[in-house]
Design a binder for this molecule. Structure first.
Ligand code: ATP
Ligand code: MG
Ligand code: MG
Ligand code: MG
Length: 585
C-alpha cells in the first residue's frame, strides 16, 4: 500500500520528449522530381519535401512531416480562439439536404456543393461550410439572451468541389478550415465580437510569422453588413488587393471598385487610351442592364463574338456560377469596336491572346476592368465563359494582368481620396463576416430577450484556411535550397546532423547527448541518425526548412566546437557547447 505503481520507470518522460524525433524512425521522404502540374513554388516544395501526396484531384494525404506543420498552425489558431473566448465544438462533415433546403442553399450554392445519397436515396452534402448546421445547433441549444453572446468554433475538414483545384493544398477540394460562428441578441454585440475576431486574426497571423494584410471585402452573395479578408502577400496569390499609402484604406479589388464613386471614376485605363475606342462599358452599366448587382459580378467582360462585342457578367466566387450576356450595342450608351490589332497593342499582350474569334468554340475574352481603371487583361474562356482554355495560358494572362494593374493603377488616388493606390497580390487565408440575421431567420433561431420576447439572433462567421496557410507560408519563405519556415511553423526547431556516426563512437555519443539535452529543454529536435553522407543530409535539412542546424563531427569535437548554421544564412558558425546552448535559452 502507498507504493508508487511506476517504480520501474527510471526517469520521468518529459512531455515534450515525445515531440523529439529520430529521423531513422520517422518517415522522411524527400524527392527530386515533381510532376509538371506543380506550377507554384509552394506546391513544388511541399511535394519535394514529401509533406503531401496527391490521392486524386484536389485531395491530398498529409505525410507525417506535413502533418507536424499543419498541427503547428492548428495549435496557434486554437490557442488564440480560446484566448478570445470562443468555445470549440465539432460538427459533422456530412449534412442533410433538408437543412440546406431550409436556407435555400441546396440549390443556390452551386457546383462546389458535393451532393451524395445514402442507401435510402436520402440526400446529403459534404459540408463546404457550416452555417446551416451551426444555426440548427443554436436554435435547439440557445433559448435566452442570457446565453449570448457566444462564439462556437471548430477545426474541421471541408469539401468544396472546386472547378479547378490547383496549387496543391492551396486550392484543394478537401481542406482544413477553422470556422467560427457567433450568436448575438443585437447588432452592437455582433459588432463587438467582429472586432474581437478581427484582432484575434491579427494575432494569429502575426504569431505565425506571416506578412499579411487585412482588407475590406465585399459581402457579395453571402450578404451581411461588414466583411474583411486577411491576405498573405505573395506574387503568386490569386487575388488582387488595393491599398493606399496615405490612409488606412485597404480593400480587395472588387470592393475597391465598388467603392469608387461613379462620377469620380478615373479615366479609362491608360493602356486603353491609345486605342481609338473611348467607350468602355462600366461594370455598373452592364450589371444594371443585366440586372446583376455589381458586387456579385466577379468579372464583367467584353467578348468579341461572331456578332460583335458581347458583354458578359460572370457571377460567382472563383468558380463561375452564372453568366449573363448582352450584345454591347444593346447596352445603353455608345460603344465602339476596336479591331484586333489595336486591342493587342493596347493591352500589350501577345497577339495569340486575341486569337481567332468565334462562338461557340473557345473564344478569347477581354476582361474589362477599365471601368475602374484597374486593368485590362486577356484570358480565354469557352462560349459559356465556363472553362479557361488552359492553365498556362491563363497564368500568362495573369502576369499580363499584374503588370497592367501596376502600370495602370499605381499613383491614382484611392477611393477615399487620400494617398495613392498600390496593388499587391494576396492569398486569402482568413475571412470574417457580419452575417446579420439571414441564417437565423431562415432557420427560425430565436432567443427570448429581457422582455420575454422572441428575437431572431444576429450572427457573425469567421473562417481561416488552416491548411492553405501552410502553402501560403512557403510562398513567402523559400530559397533555391527549399523552405524557410517561420520559427512558429517549423516541423522541428533544430536538426542535429552527426557526421560519420556509424564509425565514430564519440560523434554518436555527443549527438545523443545533445539530442537529449535540447529535448529536455522543451526544444523540438530532430536527430538525423539515418547515416546519410553530409551532402544529402544537409540538402534534406534545408529542403524541409529546419531553422537551426547543428553539425557534430570528429574534428569539431576535438576542438570542442559544433558547426551551427541558421537556415537562410550563408555561413556556418563554430560554437562552443555553452554558446550553442545559449542560442536556445
Ligand atoms: P477563395 O476566395 O480562395 O475561393 P473563399 O472566399 O471561397 O476562398 P471562404 O468561404 O471565405 O473561402 O472560407 C474561409 C477560408 O477557407 C478562406 O479564407 C480560405 O483561406 C480557405 N479556403 C477556401 N477555399 C479553399 C480551398 N479550396 N482550399 C484551401 N483553402 C480554402
Ligand atoms: Mg471559394
Ligand atoms: Mg474568397
Ligand atoms: Mg472568403
Amino acid at each position: 500500500s502507498g507504493e508508487t505503481p511506476c517504480a520501474s520507470v527510471e526517469s520521468p518522460v518529459h512531455p515534450d520528449r515525445t515531440e523529439a524525433m529520430r529521423l531513422s524512425r520517422f518517415h522522411l521522404a524527400t524527392v527530386k522530381e515533381v510532376p509538371a502540374d506543380a506550377e507554384i513554388i509552394s506546391h513544388k516544395l511541399m511535394l519535394r519535401a514529401g509533406m503531401i501526396r496527391k490521392l486524386a484531384a484536389g485531395i491530398y494525404t498529409w505525410s507525417p512531416l506535413g502533418l507536424r506543420v499543419l498541427r503547428r498552425v492548428e495549435t496557434i489558431v486554437r490557442e488564440e480562439m480560446n484566448r478570445a473566448g470562443a468555445v470549440e465544438l465539432l460538427m459533422p462533415s456530412i449534412q442533410p439536404q433538408e437543412l440546406w433546403e431550409e436556407t435555400g442553399r441546396w440549390q443556390k450554392f452551386g457546383g462546389q456543393l458535393l451532393k451524395i445519397k445514402d442507401r435510402k436515396e436520402a440526400g446529403y452534402c459534404y459540408g463546404p461550410t457550416h452555417e446551416e448546421v451551426v444555426t440548427d445547433f443554436a436554435r435547439h441549444e440557445l433559448k435566452s439572451y442570457k446565453q449570448l453572446p457566444i462564439n462556437f468554433y471548430q477545426i474541421q475538414t471541408k469539401f468544396r468541389d472546386e472547378i479547378r483545384p490547383r496549387f496543391g493544398i492551396m486550392r484543394a477540394r478537401e481542406f482544413l478550415m477553422k470556422d467560427a460562428y457567433s450568436f448575438h441578441v443585437d447588432a452592437e454585440s455582433l459588432a463587438a465580437e467582429y472586432r474581437n475576431m478581427y484582432d484575434t486574426y491579427t494575432r494569429i497571423f502575426t504569431r505565425l510569422g506571416l506578412r499579411f494584410r487585412a482588407v475590406d471585402a465585399d459581402t457579395g452573395a453571402i450578404g451581411g453588413s461588414a466583411s474583411h479578408e486577411f491576405h498573405v502577400l505573395a506574387d503568386s496569390g490569386e487575388d488582387a488587393i488595393a491599398f493606399s499609402n496615405g490612409s488606412d484604406f485597404a480593400a480587395n479589388v472588387e470592393k475597391a471598385e465598388a467603392l469608387a464613386p461613379a462620377g469620380d471614376r478615373p479615366a479609362p485605363a491608360a493602356a486603353m487610351q491609345s486605342v481609338d475606342t473611348p467607350t468602355q462599358k462600366s461594370i455598373d452599366e452592364v450589371s444594371a442592364f443585366l440586372g446583376v448587382a455589381p458586387a456579385q459580378c466577379i468579372k464583367t467582360i467584353i467578348v468579341r463574338g461572331n456578332e460583335g462585342l458581347v458583354a458578359l457578367c460572370l457571377r460567382g466566387d472563383h468558380e463561375i456560377n452564372e453568366v449573363k450576356a448582352a450584345r454591347l450595342d444593346e447596352l445603353p450608351g455608345e460603344s465602339v469596336l476596336a479591331d484586333e490589332a489595336e486591342l493587342v497593342r493596347a493591352i500589350g499582350c501577345k497577339p495569340g491572346f486575341i486569337g481567332p474569334v468565334g462562338l461557340p468554340d473557345s473564344i478569347p475574352v477581354i476582361v474589362d476592368r477599365a471601368a475602374a481603371a484597374l486593368a485590362d487583361f486577356v484570358c480565354g474562356a469557352n462560349a459559356e465563359g465556363k472553362h479557361l482554355r488552359n492553365a498556362n495560358w491563363e497564368r500568362d494572362a495573369r502576369v499580363t494582368r499584374v503588370a497592367d494593374l501596376r502600370k495602370v493603377v499605381e499613383g491614382d488616388p484611392s477611393p477615399d481620396g487620400q494617398g495613392s493606390l498600390s496593388i499587391a497580390r494576396g492569398i486569402e487565408v482568413g475571412h470574417v463576416f457580419q452575417l446579420g440575421s439571414k441564417y437565423a431567420e431562415a432557420l427560425g433561431a430565436t432567443v427570448l430577450d429581457d422582455q420575454g420576447k422572441a428575437r431572431v439572433m444576429s450572427m457573425g462567421c469567421y473562417g481561416i484556411g488552416v491548411s492553405r496557410i501552410v502553402a501560403a507560408a512557403i510562398e513567402q519563405n523559400n530559397d533555391e535550397a527549399g523552405i524557410l519556415w517561420p520559427e512558429a511553423m517549423a516541423p522541428w526547431q533544430v536538426v542535429i546532423c552527426p557526421i560519420n556516426m556509424a564509425q565514430s563512437a564519440a560523434v554518436r555519443e555527443e549527438a545523443e547527448r545533445l539530442y537529449e539535452q535540447l529535448g529536455a529543454r522543451g526544444i523540438e529536435v530532430a536527430l538525423d541518425d539515418r547515416g546519410l553522407r553530409p551532402g544529402p543530409m544537409f540538402a534534406d535539412a534545408e529542403l524541409i526548412g529546419i531553422p537551426h542546424r547543428i553539425v557534430i563531427g570528429d574534428r569539431g569535437l576535438a576542438a570542442g566546437t559544433y558547426e551551427y548554421r541558421r537556415r537562410g544564412e550563408a555561413e556556418n558558425r563554430s560554437l562552443s557547447r555553452d554558446e550553442l546552448l545559449a542560442l536556445f535559452d
